[in-house]
Design a protein around this ligand. Structure first.
Ligand code: 13P
Ligand code: SF4
Length: 358
């Protein structure tokens, strides 16, 4: 890996490797039966569900109705770590299941579909990433949670979108320089916000990369009072138009707290379920992608998140399929940078509680 071109090639997920986003077709009766069955199986197996905001609303409803949890990737890790259960059922993408297993090696961790990947994870293979790190031994390696267990094990810190700015600010103040991977857009945003010296891996999220700045500017003209909420995995031209740039949890919080009636939202549309639940009197508008045209890769819904269906959820609980297994030695090494993040986030929370900011 010698040139920028070859780095870009490694990081780019081929279009044919991106699955089509599928929606599970179910009658109301089938849906109700499957939901009851999941609840029964969770109870029988002392299992809890941890789901991401981008998953199907039915899964989020089950997690909320049982002792489970729906959140962003930072809180999913935190909750999984604290939950008293024999089995964690992670509805999200593979790196979320792996993080749960790394933090809870004694628990069984199941996922409805182990093929639920992430373009950031795919675009950051351990061999090439490790070589890249070896070329810059003076730099602190900070990786986004959307990476494999092996990449995490090669890092000094794991961060999420909800914690990246604080962590980089903290380390930058100590004079550290960074390798950042895999998301180039999030890295660029953090670099601009903090002024830190960051070498950026060139990965991207195929969902957020699709948001279009020119069309968004047009939409803003049509809704001049709307606030624009953007996830930082989006391109810089889209971030520039945002009123709030934040993690998924931050986006929901902004919708509740901001004094506006309308919101244009640039993140996976799965989040609309929780946004409507949290702020039922507000109006949420999808930020433009290439719509349903031939060029639309995801149409603002992650094809891997969509693999978490009710039928597969029942199947994994009934048969034990979709179990996440991680080599214990690798798991131990990957745990250190994740634990660093969880400890850091806990201290930050305590400090903001003491200062009355929370
Ligand atoms: P959050 O941590 O903000 O939920 O982001 C995870 C993710 O994969 C967004 O695409
Ligand atoms: Fe990965 Fe993007 Fe899907 Fe999030 S939305 S899991 S970053 S591909």
């Amino acid at each position: 890996m010698t040139t920028d071109t070859s780095l870009a090639e490694i990081c780019t997920v081929k279009r044919e490797d991106i699955p089509k986003t599928v929606t599970e077709e179910l009658s109301d009766t089938e849906r109700d039966e499957l939901k009851s069955r999941v609840k029964q199986l969770l109870k029988e197996q002392n299992a809890v569900m941890v789901a991401h905001y981008y998953t199907d609303p039915d899964l989020q409803l089950i997690a909320d109705a049982t002792v489970g949890y729906v959140s962003d990737s930072l809180d999913m890790a935190r909750f999984g770590n604290e939950a008293e259960a024999d089995t964690l059922v992670v509805c999200g993408v593979k790196f979320m299941g792996e993080t749960a297993k790394i933090l809870n090696p004694e628990k069984r961790v199941l996922m409805p579909d182990l093929n639920a990947d992430c373009s950031l994870d795919i675009g950051c293979p351990i061999k090439e990433f490790s070589e890249f790190c070896d070329q810059h031994p003076d730099r602190t390696v900070v990786v986004y949670a959307n990476t494999s267990a092996a990449v995490k094990a090669r890092s000094d810190w794991v961060v999420t979108s909800g914690s990246a700015l604080d962590v980089i600010n903290h380390l930058h103040a100590k004079g550290e320089k960074f390798i950042w991977a895999p998301d180039k857009y999030l890295g660029q945003y953090i670099q601009e916000q903090t002024g830190a010296d960051m070498l950026l891996w060139q990965g991207a999220c195929v969902v957020h990369e699709e948001f279009k700045a020119i069309e968004l500017a047009e939409l803003i003209k049509q809704h001049p009072d709307a606030k624009v909420l953007v996830h930082p995995e989006s391109p810089a031209s889209v971030i520039e138009l945002a009123d709030v740039v934040s993690s998924t949890t931050g986006i929901i919080k902004a919708a509740v707290e901001l004094d506006a009636k309308e919101f244009i939202v640039a993140t996976d549309k799965g989040i609309f379920h929780k946004m409507k639940e949290a702020a039922p009197d507000k109006i949420f508008i999808e930020a433009p992608t290439s719509g349903k045209s031939a060029t639309c890769v995801s149409c603002a819904h992650c094809p891997w998140m969509a693999m978490n269906t009710l039928r597969k959820l029942v199947e994994c609980l009934e048969t034990g399929s979709g179990e996440i297994l991680i080599d214990p030695e690798l798991g131990k090494r990957a745990r250190l940078p994740i634990q660093r993040l969880l400890d850091f986030a806990r201290e930050q929370k305590q400090q903001s509680l003491l200062s009355g900011d929370a």
